[in-house]
Design a protein around this ligand. Structure first.
Ligand code: SF4
Length: 399
């Protein structure tokens, strides 16, 4: 790593001419050219890690772009394969992803029964090991291909989350990441009666609090808590409950640890990051339903630096802001213009600051948040280019 800013290539969804050369497909091609895939060697096995969606959750990276990326890797004489969790791969056909459409095989990241993994050590709030997915472990090069969107656990899903959660078997994803917030104490059972615990459960508009009467155990699901603090108001005079930044930060720090494990598997010149800022929804692709976009389409980013591309994606989303009329009515967003929050923190709560994972990743040496944004085929540039004559086809040309 050098100390100079990392290059992040940007292709805007906006176009400056009625022509293919000005559209986002051409920009994806240009970004791939600038990323310079020549460090991928002939016969390298190249893992394209992407989220293939779940159920009706179709708002993932369009197959139209995936195929272009696959073809560019094949042009290096390498063997790309697309990979994601076993269930998403198995039913990817329902969202348009097949070997025929994508141009390369789709392989379950951790085997058909999610049992093909390699243990990686960790010492982090009760997490002692993480099960890295075998298909990533075996690959020679990585293309971390992300659909950028909001995420209810950490505010934001992009290049880091795509490998930090998606690069591990389900036991790590669900039993470690999604419970690590519990490791920071937040409830004092000695100060709380069962009657008071029931009052706390009722106080939560998100239904994030549950109480086990038999065990006298109160649990908060930090994944769905938006830090509205209604429970803290209900706890006034008793003081058995705390909602603290650490309960949320640990998820993001563990993401940086997970991403480091995955990236350490690949040579620095065999890691590529491409992020699509299209169809930017409030929740992750794994929820299995279609959602309105909450931020307008922005475009596509490419970089060799995972920290830089994440920082750039978040900054572009902050600049674009929320499309408020598209926010689902059940999300209690903080839209107060006097409060300085990233759009994703407005949706998921101030303690789910999406920049945290980026900061942890930078501290761990995964890259730099200093970046140079290099726009390709900008609308200003393509406005000056001559569009071809006529775009209609008056006879089948089959080109
Ligand atoms: S702060 Fe979280 S747990 Fe407490 S009431 Fe609000 S959403 Fe529920």
């Amino acid at each position: 790593m050098t100390n100079s800013p990392a290059k992040v290539y940007f292709g805007s969804i906006q176009h400056g001419a009625r022509a293919k050369f000005a559209s986002i497909g051409a920009k994806v091609d240009k970004i791939i050219e600038l990323l310079d895939l020549s460090t991928i060697e002939k016969k390298d096995k190249v893992a394209i890690k992407m989220h293939l969606g779940f159920g009706d959750g179709y708002q993932t990276v369009p197959v139209f772009f995936v195929r272009r990326i696959v073809e560019a890797i094949k042009a290096q004489g390498a063997f790309p394969f697309i990979t994601d969790n076993p269930t998403s791969v198995y039913n990817a056909v329902y969202r348009g992803y097949t070997q025929e459409t994508c141009g390369c095989p789709l392989i379950p990241i951790s085997g058909v029964k999610d049992g093909y993994s390699y243990t990686r050590a960790a010492e982090f709030h009760g997490v002692t090991e993480m099960e890295m997915a075998g298909a990533l472990h075996d690959a020679d090069a990585l293309v971390d291909l992300s659909h950028v969107k909001g995420h209810n656990s950490c505010g934001f899903g992009g290049a880091i989350k795509n490998i930090a959660l998606g690069g591990f078997a389900a036991n790590t994803r669900w039993k470690k990441y999604h419970t690590v917030g519990q490791s920071i104490p937040y409830w004092d059972p000695d100060k709380c009666t069962p009657q008071h615990a029931r009052k706390l459960v009722k106080s939560c508009p998100q239904k994030a609090i549950s109480y086990d009467e038999k065990k006298h155990k109160l649990t908060i699901s930090f994944d769905i808590c938006n830090q509205c603090m209604e429970c803290i108001k209900a706890d006034e005079g008793v003081g058995c409950l705390k909602i603290q930044q650490e309960n949320f930060s640990v998820f993001q720090e563990l993401m940086a640890i997970g991403a480091r494990h995955i990236l350490n598997t690949f040579d620095e010149d065999k890691r590529f990051f491409i992020s699509f800022l299209l169809d930017i929804t409030a929740f992750c692709d794994c929820w299995g339903f279609g959602q309105p976009h909450v931020v307008n389409d922005i475009g596509v980013l490419g970089s060799r630096d995972i920290v830089a591309i994440e920082q750039a994606a978040l900054d572009l989303i902050a600049k674009e802001g929320l499309d408020e009329k598209m926010i689902p009515p059940f999300i209690k967003a903080n839209l107060d213009p006097l409060v300085d929050l990233h759009p994703f923190a407005r949706l998921h709560g101030p303690m789910k600051n999406p920049y945290l994972a980026v900061q942890y990743a930078e501290k761990m040496g995964l890259g730099t948040s200093e970046y140079e944004l290099i726009e390709v085929l900008s609308p200003e540039e393509t406005m000056k280019m001559k569009p071809p004559k006529g775009v209609s086809e008056d006879e089948p040309t089959f080109f």
